[in-house]
Design a protein around this ligand. Structure first.
Ligand SMILES: *[C@@H]1O[C@H](CO)[C@@H](O)[C@H](O)[C@H]1NC(C)=O
Ligand SMILES: *[C@@H]1O[C@H](CO)[C@@H](O)[C@H](O)[C@H]1NC(C)=O
Ligand SMILES: *[C@@H]1O[C@H](CO)[C@@H](O)[C@H](O)[C@H]1NC(C)=O
Ligand SMILES: *[C@@H]1O[C@H](CO)[C@@H](O)[C@H](O)[C@H]1NC(C)=O
Ligand SMILES: *[C@@H]1O[C@H](CO)[C@@H](O)[C@H](O)[C@H]1NC(C)=O
Length: 559
């Protein structure tokens, strides 16, 4: 063959390949259901897909949440190894709990896309990369983490949804954190829209009593403004549901179905698969994917492809050999394969009769079962926080060897305590999702908040050099402009509109503490100090950042 004809033959072969492998269809929402681009009702039929990270076994980690993670979409060989098994299960989706935006995901994402497998990607990371259920905040570092992940994954055609949180709220006394989840959903949605992404924004909830789970679900999908806009509503509600055990019957789901009967957005089981009667039969699959449940739910994800441990026991459908080359499926795998093979997706309602999604007004906090305010935290403002960091009189400068995520908490406690003894408070860095009051500096990253408090203490002690030391963790900022009298003046000049909501932009490379940020310093100040009612529990709240910071991690299961 002459070179040209070889080229032509290769081109013809490539074209044939392209036409035989049809691209995965976009999934979008109509009313409270999901549809593929050809108008067919879509159900999530999947598995959780993430090897479990190391677990810190201590009393502050009752759910055995991992402290690190292994990005399952960064190892092309592992995805290729697993694909035949995922195909045997007949799945169309996997859920991944944490990814590393610095890694390359091309191989795994195309392997799965070519096999018709969508991904649901949680944007949070263990420990300091999630909204902390005990000391919630929606801050620049979290927003930037989420944006960096979206930027890496937006080029793939098989991202069905991004989750902004997993099990952040686990009990009624923690429902105030929902205000922060809703703010995260609002800003993530705005960012995706600015990139013309059609990926959905979701949240995955721990199962719980209807008295607080129902208002939580309704709050996350409601419209705080009352004008039927979805701007601060999630698109997709996930319920981690383990209530169907052994050979139960369809009635096991009666209560859950009733609670979500009239829900306004698509909902699915973001985890399912009871473990109290192993090996699992997975007969709930036939209930979940058939009427009447299919009128309420859009499928679910069986937990978990990889072995995992929770406070309740062991999960998993496979074991992976020590050299990572071989997959051995277990009885759970075989049973799920059998049950998934029997599923035929209901086709109703048709997309044309699904209507448009409505966004009701929000549930009212009752002070007991549901606490979240409809006044949401503002959009974290990178430029304002880096402007602030630059002009503060005393800056947190951790030793190069320090693990910042571990030192910030104790130092905040110490600095807030000292500031309190000198007539100040940590109100400016605190927020309260139940009163809807958020300190002016509350959306900044932990290091900037700490610098702010250190500066207030340093200034409150007449700029005593000893006051800006903190055991070598702080340094006087010799470049602080003399025109900025103190930390509050710095906040006023850098944060002209601290309660603003806006479409965030991608962080500049190497963002954080660099100068020249405009920060919208119009100097108008807009009269917003600490918004009043931030509680004096701020000191306690700040302390919890380290004491209980294993927040909203992955693989949490609770009955
Ligand atoms: C909720 O109450 C439990 C104890 O009942 C406590 O351990 C937890 O810290 C509380 N959470 C919040 C956010 O107040
Ligand atoms: C197997 O993969 C895990 C991550 O998934 C990795 O930590 C481990 O080092 C690998 N083992 C070998 C022998 O390659
Ligand atoms: C979490 O802490 C680590 C170590 O200090 C840091 O590198 C990382 O940026 C932090 N992540 C977030 C989202 O703040
Ligand atoms: C910085 O703060 C940490 C946490 O409080 C403390 O353990 C450490 O000793 C401080 N660093 C130095 C150099 O003293
Ligand atoms: C938020 O404010 C309410 C009402 O004042 C108070 O009971 C609660 O303790 C505050 N929460 C935090 C985390 O400060």
């Amino acid at each position: 063959m002459r070179p040209t004809s070889r080229l032509v033959a290769a081109f013809a072969a490539a074209t044939a390949l392209l036409t035989s492998v049809s691209a995965i269809q976009t999934v979008s929402r109509a009313g409270r259901y999901l549809y593929t681009a050809d108008g067919t009702r879509f159900f999530i039929k999947g598995v959780a897909y993430q090897e479990q990270g190391a677990i810190a076994n201590d009393p502050n980690n009752p759910f055995l949440e991992p402290s690190d993670f292994i990005d399952p979409l960064a190892d092309g060989a592992a995805c290729t190894r697993d694909l035949p098994f995922l195909q045997q299960l007949g799945i169309n989706a996997i859920r991944v709990y944490s990814v590393d935006s610095t890694q390359n995901h091309d191989s795994c994402m195309s392997t799965f896309s070519n096999a018709g497998i969508y991904t649901i990607i949680d944007l949070s990371l263990p420990v300091n990369g999630s909204i902390d259920r005990d000391s919630p905040a929606w801050t620049t570092n979290l927003l930037d983490l989420y944006i960096n992940t979206i930027d890496v994954f937006s080029k793939y055609d098989n991202v069905l949804a991004y989750n902004v949180g997993n099990e952040v709220v686990i009990a009624p006394n923690g429902t105030a954190a929902a205000a922060y989840i809703k703010a995260a959903a609002r800003d993530t949605k705005a960012y995706l829209a600015s990139k013309s992404s059609t990926a959905l924004v979701g949240y995955a909830a721990i199962d719980g009593d209807d008295s607080w789970l129902t208002p939580l679900a309704n709050y996350l999908s409601c419209d705080t403004t009352g004008d039927n806009s979805g701007n601060n509503a999630i698109d997709l509600f996930g319920l981690n549901n383990y209530e169907y055990c052994g050979a139960a019957s369809a009635s096991a789901y009666d209560g859950t179905n009733t609670a979500f009967q009239n829900y306004n957005i698509p909902a699915y089981f973001s985890e399912f698969g009871c473990i109290t009667s192993p090996p699992r039969l997975w007969t709930e699959v036939q209930v979940l994917f058939a009427t009447p449940m299919s009128n309420i739910w859009s499928g679910g994800l069986a937990f978990s492809y990889f072995p995992a441990t929770s406070s309740q026991g062991q999960f998993g459908m496979t074991t992976i050999s020590a050299d990572n080359t071989t997959v051995t499926p277990n009885a759970d795998f075989d049973a799920l394969k059998t049950q998934y093979a029997l599923v035929q997706f209901p086709t109703t309602p048709a997309q044309s009769s699904a209507g448009s999604t409505s966004y009701p007004t929000c549930p009212v906090a009752d002070g007991v079962n549901f606490l979240a305010s409809t006044t949401l935290p503002p959009t974290p403002n990178d430029a304002a926080c880096s402007c602030l960091m630059d002009v503060l009189s005393c800056q947190f400068t951790p030793p190069a060897t320090a693990d910042v995520s571990l030192t910030v908490g104790p130092l905040l406690d110490e600095a807030c305590g000292l500031l309190g003894q000198n007539g100040g408070s940590c109100d400016s860095i605190a927020g309260n999702g139940s009163t809807g009051s958020y300190g002016t500096v509350a959306f900044c990253d932990p290091s900037t908040k700490l610098s702010f408090v250190m500066s207030e203490f340093y200034e409150a002690t007449n700029r005593n050099v000893q006051s800006c030391s903190f055991g070598g963790n702080a340094t006087i900022n010799v470049n602080a402009p003399s025109s900025v009298a103190n930390a509050n003046a710095a906040a006023t000049s850098c944060l002209s509109n601290p309660s603003a909501t806006f479409t965030p932009t991608a962080p500049s490379a190497g963002a954080g503490g660099s100068s020249g940020s405009s920060g919208g310093s119009s100097g108008s100040g807009s009269g917003s100090k600490a918004n009043g009612a931030v509680s004096d529990r701020a000191l306690v709240g700040a302390g919890l950042i380290t004491l209980l910071s294993v927040a909203a991690g992955v693989f949490t299961v609770m009955a």
